[in-house]
Design a protein. Structure first.
Length: 178
């Protein structure tokens, strides 16, 4: 969720295609694409049209107006989204032990593979450290091969720790001190 803060005085905001355009004294001074925005915070003397508010609302982009010295917020929200439904679904899945184990296996395997990929690159570029890096890569390969054999989160955590130990044992050769 990306937020945009506009707190510059005498700025006019307009929509131009899929972008929010900033004008100051009638001169275009900048643009921001609408796609990544989830909220726009406005403070100070900022002018915007109802058509811009409509466009922001259509895209589900909320507008928060901070007014007065205390900056008390007034919220204009876009169309409702399914965040609550998504959170409920995530909570339900978090209670499913089989799902948690499958999901955790995927995360640990991806992490171990990323570590192995990094060490492989370093081994190819560090001929003096090739032996130690190869040993660590063998240990990581063994851990990667054992991920699907783990039947509990605890044993999976232990396997992840063994992979981390192999990775960090080789790290001094990857980043030697000056």
């Amino acid at each position: 969720m990306t937020s945009l803060y506009v707190d510059r005085r005498c700025v006019t905001l307009k929509a131009d295609g899929e972008a929010l355009v900033f004008y100051e004294n009638g001169e275009r001074i900048g643009t921001v694409p609408l796609a990544p925005l989830s909220r726009v915070f406005i403070r100070g003397d900022v002018t915007l049209s109802s058509s811009l508010l409509g466009k922001l609302g259509e895209r589900g982009i909320g507008v928060v107006v901070l007014s007065g010295r205390k900056a008390l917020p007034t919220m204009l929200l876009g169309r409702p989204h399914n965040d609550a439904a998504r959170r409920v679904a995530q909570y339900r899945l978090s209670l499913d032990a089989d799902f948690c184990l499958r999901f955790s296996r995927a995360i640990v395997e991806a992490k171990l593979r990323a570590q192995a990929d990094f060490l492989t690159l370093r081994r190819d570029s560090e001929p003096r450290s090739r032996y130690l890096l190869t040993l660590s890569l063998r240990q990581l390969a063994s851990c990667i091969g054992a991920v699907d054999e783990q039947h509990s989160l605890a044993s999976l955590r232990g396997l992840e720790g063994a992979g981390a130990a192999a990775y960090f044992e080789a790290s001094p050769t990857c980043c030697p001190s000056a």
